[in-house]
Design a protein around this ligand. Structure first.
Ligand code: IFM
Length: 477
């Protein structure tokens, strides 16, 4: 690959050399190239223009919940710097920006009329993107549930699904004429399991039954919103959901490890894929949950709603698992009676999150999805890595580790396509360094560095590499 320095956004070299015969160059000219962010992680301005608190505003105030007691009050100040951030995306030559809408900004309290001042921000954002030739891709829910809805029961309560569909329509009424792609939910697994079972994300509850009810009501909300969005949308509008998925191999061929891997796949992947794409929950997972006294609160008609047809499956991929069914003490069942599912290290290098770098897992995942859930186009709606970036005196980060990570994962996507997976695009996580949930600002995922003291943005080497790869693939078509 020609790494000739280019003048924008900084005259730095995108350093990695990619061979002429690299699978990356087999990506089609029509491939979608973009970046993703989410509202709470970048916007700040948490009490401006009528926005009310979300569960994350509340959770960040719980002592010890978030590293360094960080919070999203200012974050990347994107709410006030939006045109500058859109210019970054446009200058990188990317075609798509996936962002999320903050529910408590648009509909404070989670019910009732629209808050025009809050909605106006997204109206301006969409127009700014379109004026710079960047396609807006909306995610309606990226974890910032209005606190008042949590106080009324949160996602374990069925009513929240209906509130979500109403909110989706408020956003669609305002932006549906200009936004071609809509994702209902980002990573319902994290919203439900980390928020209501493990308790390390907002709202910090710890009950498996509540978490499983939350899964169902998140998916019901997805289905209700999809049905209503479909009825209101112009032909050609793309609707979908984003799931975080990861393959898991048993550590050994023992029955215990294979059973643990089955359950990990069931709870991590199939619990979401099957209802959305097949209209049923997986029998084995339902049986496992029943054994520990947990039932999915399905009512007649729910699964038909949840499996309303979608146009695109968003796949978020970070790592794969090697699953053992035995814990350090040799036990094979958790306290709740479910098989132990322990992810074992395989010895590969890790990112700053401690996640192993496993690009081959992405190929495996995409090929499997294409095989098990045929007929649904996929887009990588998130993939990226946190590293301990070291800026130079100019604030530039020569993040060759992230460059290599992006290259390896693009290659993994290209290989999956060669094996028949219908993958149509890649949205890097993330445009900016941002608020990484329970890790606060300690972990940096951005292609663009943010100096949180000054709010100065500086594209990293990975941003320039990504720009150049996208440009070359596009031109080759
Ligand atoms: O930052 C998150 C994002 O909000 C959801 N997907 C995973 C990312 C990295 O942890």
């Amino acid at each position: 690959m020609d790494t000739t320095p280019s003048p924008t956004p900084t005259a730095r070299r995108a350093s990695l050399t990619v061979d002429q015969d690299d699978p990356i160059w087999a990506l089609p000219a029509t491939f979608r190239w973009g970046v993703a962010t989410s509202a709470y992680q970048i916007e700040g301005a948490t009490s401006e223009d009528g926005r009310t608190p979300s569960i994350w505003d509340t959770f960040c105030r719980v002592p010890g919940a978030v590293r360094d007691a960080d919070h999203g009050d200012v974050a990347c100040d994107h709410y006030h710097r939006m045109p500058e951030d859109v210019a970054l995306i446009a200058d990188l030559g990317l075609d798509t920006y996936r962002f999320s809408v903050a529910w408590p900004r648009v509909q404070p309290g989670g019910r009732g009329p629209v808050n025009h001042a809050g909605l106006a921000f997204y109206d301006r954002l969409v127009d700014e993107l379109l004026s710079r030739g960047v396609e807006p891709w909306i995610t309606l829910y990226h974890w910032d549930l209005p606190q008042e809805l949590e106080d009324a029961g949160g996602w374990p309560g069925r009513d929240t699904a209906y509130r979500f569909a109403d909110y989706a329509m408020l956003v669609h009424d305002a932006l549906g004429d200009r936004v071609p792609t809509w994702t209902t939910l980002n990573e319902p697994l994290c919203a439900a399991m980390l928020g209501y079972h493990v308790g390390v994300h907002a709202p910090g509850r710890r009950d498996l039954g509540d978490a499983v009810a939350a899964v169902h009501h998140l998916l019901l909300g997805h289905g209700l919103a999809t049905e209503r969005l479909r009825a209101a949308s112009a032909p050609g509008t793309q609707l979908g959901i984003t799931l975080n998925l990861g393959p898991g191999q048993p550590a050994t061929d023992s029955a215990v490890d294979r059973n643990a891997a089955r359950l990990a796949d069931g709870l991590g992947n199939r619990l979401y894929l099957d209802p959305v794409l097949r209209g049923s929950y997986p029998d084995d997972v339902v049986a496992d949950l029943a054994r520990v006294g947990v039932q999915i609160p399905v009512r007649p008609g729910d699964l038909e709603t949840i499996s309303a047809p979608i146009d695109v499956l968003g796949v978020n991929y970070y790592f794969a698992h090697r699953i053992s069914g035995t814990d350090e003490q040799g036990r094979t069942a958790e306290a709740d009676g479910l098989p132990v599912r322990r992810s074992l290290p395989t010895g590969r290098p890790t990112t700053a999150m401690g996640w192993e770098i496993q690009p081959e897992g992405l190929t495996e995942l995409l090929v499997r999805l294409g095989h098990d859930y045929p007929g649904i186009p996929m887009v990588i709606t998130e993939n990226g890595a946190a590293f301990d970036d070291e800026p130079d005196a100019d604030g530039f980060v020569a993040d060759d580790d992230r460059v290599a990570f992006v290259a390896e994962h693009l290659r993994a996507v290209a290989r999956a396509r060669q094996r028949g997976a219908d993958v149509r695009g890649y949205l890097a996580w993330s445009l900016l360094d941002n608020f990484e949930w329970a890790e606060g600002y300690a972990k940096r995922f951005g292609l663009v560095r943010v100096d949180y003291e000054t709010q100065r943005r500086v594209p990293k080497r990975s941003a320039l590499f990504y720009r150049d790869v996208a440009q070359r693939v596009r031109q080759a078509g």
